[in-house]
Each structure stands twice: as structure tokens, then as C-alpha cells.
Design a protein around this ligand. Structure first.
Ligand code: URA
Length: 425
């Protein structure tokens, strides 16, 4: 076989056979298919798409390209969760301990943030001492002992995705449904859970900008999961504004602690409780939203989170520390009305420039900086109310401040938002 023939076949809209896809992925991982040919192939997929069978072959060959985690030593149904990325997305920090507090084991591997999107690992590393690297044995033992662990993805998991994702990132081939679906699902399948909850984000801060594309991505991933016997549910969630109040690593840890104590914003708390209800259902544990909320107010979910932090070397005193920044700048409402827009992408990029995110993979983060919104879309404001606080270690000049303010849209009419747009199962 020759890579050039497979690229041409896809370019001309034909379907690749299982053997051809296997050859391509194996060749890419062993280095016999170079980056430039894989990049051309990814671009051909952008224009021609892939059939369900092709996506399935691609996914399973990606799974086979690295280690596969065996979680069978952990008793019970293991449920994993994945978000396709967003701004201020601290959901994992709350959802994992909340689900674990009902006795459902959660063994989760998470990723880092890039660009305007954040990553759970970066947020956890904002806690002094927290170790994200663990051997497979230690990872499994921790889940056996305390019921939960969140660690970094093993280097040998889905090697094909490591190479391909980095290549897609620099060749304008990230936002392609068959490639996102195979990338996400290969990692979830290799990570070994019995059931998977997918949070498919939709809106300007997400890969999927509209509901139709998000629906197609979600359905493709649900089908991939089911085809290999993993019960999979996808929830389409609103990423037109940041999730909850905070963007920035330490700030998001603090917000997660508030939610875990039952003191978070009502909307984000409800949203996470609904995800927990679905995740528990996947593990065969039927609970009402009220019962789930109770684990926030009675401290059970918080106790699980603290146990995880402590077991992974995190300093519990540091956990509750306020951010250490040079300046906290308040942004005030300049008219009466209702917040109508807080574009996630713009604020994600703003937080990135403060040091809370990476423009390129090698950027060093400032864990302390970020934004806290005192008001979210739909909230009423009066002139002079604090809309947001910017935690910064840089001086913000007038130009930067007006750039921030121009993205806070206030309207006379109240705008309604919902976090969960659709559930696909
Ligand atoms: N997240 C992933 O893991 N892969 C993609 O391709 C896009 C988002």
C-alpha cells in the first residue's frame, strides 16, 4: 500500500477499507507515514467526511496504537466523563467527587488546556503538591481505596491521537467531526470505563459552534461507544458563556469548593447535579436531584474531593487559599438592565492573556490569575454593580479594560439561558 493512494482515494470521496485504515494508522505511529501525508489525509477528511464504518475502524485502530487500561480490579460499574472543551469548565472537579460520594468508583484521566479552553489537570495543579502523574497500579489502588482519582493521561495511551492531535492543531484540521469523535472515543475506550458520559459543548467557546454539528458529533460518539459495548450518553451543553462564575485555575478550584459545599450559583449547581444524575444512572444507581443536592449540602461530596487531593499529595491548607495577585480590578455595570451576552471565547482569550491559559503548549501558567463574574447572562444589573473582577499580575491599561467591557453586553430585555440543550442516548 502507498499513503499517496489512500490520500487520493479519500480526496476523491471514496471509502477506505478496514485494512487501509489499519495500515495508515500503524504506519503513522511507526513513522513510515510522515506528518505531511497524514496532514493531507486529515484535510481530505475535512472535505469528504468518513462513513460510520470508517470512523469506527479509525477509532479502534487508534485504541490499539497504545496501552489500554484494565479497570476490572475495581469492583462495580466504572463511569467516565469527557467534555469536548470550554471556558471556565470546572465540572469534572465537582462531578467526580459527587458521583463517588454515592459509592460509584470514578477513575478519570484528564487533559491540559490550550488556547481559550481550560484543562482539569492545570486546575488541579493550582493546588500545591497535587500529583497528576501516577503509575497505573497506584491509580487503580487509589480508586479501590477511596473511590476516585483524577490523573494525567498516561503517555502510552492512544499514541496515534497524541501525534495526530498535535498535527491537526497546526494544520487547521481540528474541527472535523469524524476526527474529533475518533480522538475523544479512542481515549475513552482505551481508558477502560464501562460507561461514558460525554459533555458536548456548543457555542462560541466550543469546537461545535451550532447545535446541528454538536448533535452530529454527539450521535457519532454515542454510536462508537455502543458499538464496543460501552453504554454512552451525550449531553449537549451551552458554551456561549463561561461555565459558572470563574475562569482561571485557582479561581476555578475555589468556585468548585463553593459548589461542593452547596454554596455555588444555583444554575451551575443544578447543571452539575443533572450530569451526576445521568452518570449515576449509567452506573445503575438511580438518584433524584434532591438526593444528589443533599451530598453537596451535607459535605459528603466535599469530603471525597478533599480525600482525593490529600491522597494525591495536595496541601489541604493551600486548597482554600485566596489567589495571590498584584491587583483585583472591578468591572462595573455602566447601565441598568440584564446581562445579555458574555462571550465565552472572548473571555477565555482574555484570561489566557492574563496567564491563566496557554497560547502555545510550552507557555508557563500563572495559576492565580483569571476572572470572576459576579453577574451572568440573565442576571439583572444596576449602574455601578460589580459585573466581574479581574485577578491580574499585570497592569491593565485603558485599552485592555475597554476591550473587556465591550464584551459585557447589557440589554433592557431579560435573556433566558439553559445549560443543558439536549440529551442523546
Ligand atoms: N478533544 C479531543 O480530545 N480531541 C479532539 O479532537 C477535540 C477535542
Amino acid at each position: 500500500m502507498r499513503a499517496v493512494d489512500l490520500i487520493q482515494k479519500k480526496r476523491d470521496g471514496q471509502t477506505l477499507t478496514a485494512d487501509e485504515i489499519k495500515w495508515l494508522i500503524e504506519g503513522y505511529v511507526d513513522g513510515s507515514v510522515p506528518d505531511y501525508q497524514m496532514a493531507a489525509f486529515a484535510m481530505a477528511v475535512y472535505f469528504q467526511g468518513m462513513t460510520t464504518e470508517e470512523i469506527s475502524e479509525l477509532t479502534m485502530n487508534m485504541v490499539a496504537s497504545g496501552d489500554q487500561i484494565d479497570l476490572s480490579a475495581i469492583p462495580g460499574i466504572k463511569v467516565d466523563k469527557h467534555s469536548t472543551g470550554g471556558v471556565g469548565d470546572k465540572v469534572t472537579l465537582i462531578l467526580v467527587p459527587l458521583v463517588a460520594s454515592f459509592g460509584v468508583p470514578v477513575a478519570k484521566m484528564s487533559g491540559r488546556g490550550l488556547g481559550h479552553t481550560g484543562g482539569t489537570l492545570d486546575k488541579l495543579e493550582a493546588i500545591k503538591g497535587y500529583q497528576i502523574e501516577q503509575s497505573q497500579e497506584a491509580f487503580i489502588k487509589q480508586v479501590q481505596d477511596i473511590g476516585l482519582a483524577v490523573i494525567g493521561q498516561s503517555n502510552n495511551l492512544v499514541k496515534a491521537d497524541k501525534l495526530l492531535y498535535a498535527l491537526r492543531d497546526v494544520t487547521a484540521t481540528v474541527d472535523i467531526i469524524p476526527l474529533i469523535a475518533s480522538s475523544v472515543m479512542s481515549k475513552k475506550i482505551a481508558a477502560g470505563a464501562d460507561a461514558i458520559l460525554l459533555d458536548v459543548t456548543v457555542g462560541d467557546g466550543a469546537f461545535m459552534k451550532n447545535i446541528e454539528d454538536a448533535r452530529e458529533l454527539a450521535q457519532t460518539m454515542v454510536n462508537l461507544g455502543k458499538a464496543v459495548g460501552r453504554e454512552t450518553v451525550a449531553v449537549l451543553t451551552n458554551m456561549s458563556q463561561p461555565v459558572g462564575r470563574a475562569i482561571g485555575n485557582r479561581l476555578e478550584i475555589l468556585e468548585a469548593l463553593d459548589i461542593l459545599k452547596g454554596q455555588g450559583r444555583e444554575d451551575v449547581t443544578q447543571f452539575i447535579c443533572e450530569l451526576a444524575r445521568i452518570m449515576l444512572g449509567l452506573a445503575g444507581v438511580e438518584k433524584s436531584i434532591l438526593e444528589i443536592q443533599e451530598h453537596l449540602s451535607n459535605g459528603k461530596a466535599l469530603a471525597k474531593f478533599e480525600a482525593m487531593v490529600e491522597t494525591q499529595g495536595g496541601d489541604l491548607t493551600d486548597l482554600y487559599r485566596e489567589p495571590d495577585v498584584a491587583e483585583v480590578v472591578e468591572i462595573l455595570a455602566e447601565e441598568d438592565g440584564y446581562i445579555s451576552e458574555l462571550p465565552a471565547l472572548e473571555f477565555g482569550l482574555f484570561a489566557m492573556k492574563l496567564g491563566a491559559g496557554r497560547a502555545v503548549k510550552t507557555d508557563v501558567l500563572d495559576y492565580e490569575t483569571g476572572i470572576v463574574f459576579e453577574k451572568k447572562v440573565g442576571d439583572a444589573v444596576k449602574i455601578g454593580d460589580i459585573v466581574a473582577k479581574i485577578y491580574t499580575n499585570q497592569h491593565l491599561d485603558q485599552k485592555v479594560m475597554s476591550e473587556f467591557k465591550k464584551n459585557v453586553k447589557i440589554d433592557k430585555e431579560e435573556v433566558k439561558v439553559t445549560e443543558i440543550l439536549e440529551i442523546i442516548s
